[in-house]
Write a protein that binds this ligand. Sequence first.
Ligand SMILES: Nc1ncnc2c1ncn2[C@@H]1O[C@H](COP(=O)(O)OP(=O)(O)OP(=O)(O)O)[C@@H](O)[C@H]1O
Ligand SMILES: [Mg+2]
Length: 256
Amino acid sequence: MLFEVANLTKRFDGLTAVADLSFSIAHGEIVGVFGPNGSGKTTLLSLIAGMLVPTAGRIVWKDREIQGAKPHDIAAAGVVKTFQNPQLFAELSVFEHLMIAGHLMLKRRLGWRRAATLFNPDTGHAGADLEKRATDVLRLCRLEAARDQAAAGLSYGEEKMLGVAMALMCEPELLLLDEPASGLGQPEIENLEAVLRDLRSHGTTLCVIDHKVGFLGKLADRAISLHHGAKIAEGTPAQVLNDPRVIAAYLGQHHA
Ligand SMILES: Nc1ncnc2c1ncn2[C@@H]1O[C@H](COP(=O)(O)OP(=O)(O)OP(=O)(O)O)[C@@H](O)[C@H]1O
Ligand SMILES: [Mg+2]
């Protein structure tokens, strides 16, 4: 198995945000994570990406236990999380954001001293490689038309897509997306869906959180649903979304 979580638990003082959770992801799958507000979805992705340290349990990536490792080491190993709202620099262009993301990734991967020699034109071609990668990522993310536009002028959908594009500069093998469709209109959601499908066909494995059933229900091959941090259903998206426990969990939220 490419990726596995076993008996993962995260407690914040008295609150158990992720409760004895186990599931796995195979290479090339798109796995959807459903669950009402506060059910532990973001905490789960933050644990996987190393932004949080689990209270108990294992996270296994390619037969290596990675729980508790630093985010940059996990990213360098191929597991990358996008942020729900990427922090952008208003005056920098889309292309500049991608180049920064690429440079940071290389520096983390190589160590700062070796990275400096790489950017010396006599010793390395990393700069040119990054430009090529940024151009490929722009095309994949349908951001070519916005290449030289300052981030301040982007639509919300383009901002979110730029967040995905910056994550792609880190060459993820497993990409973790936290509510990529939230706040997007229907045409932007369709665009996002096409981008994520392309990504998968390029060999990237995806784990996606979203509340938008129409979007993630269609996109995911397999789904799990969380409630109070525990897994209450697993199966095809249709099976999970029709599960009485999942319906009750969401209804409980609306009545609350
Ligand atoms: N750093 C923290 N300290 C204390 N409690 C936290 C922390 N982070 C999350 N929690 C709590 O853990 C629970 C799960 O939160 P989490 O953000 O993972 O839920 P979620 O499923 O992503 O919700 P949403 O759909 O609203 O994004 C919530 O009760 C939340 O208040
Ligand atoms: Mg969340």
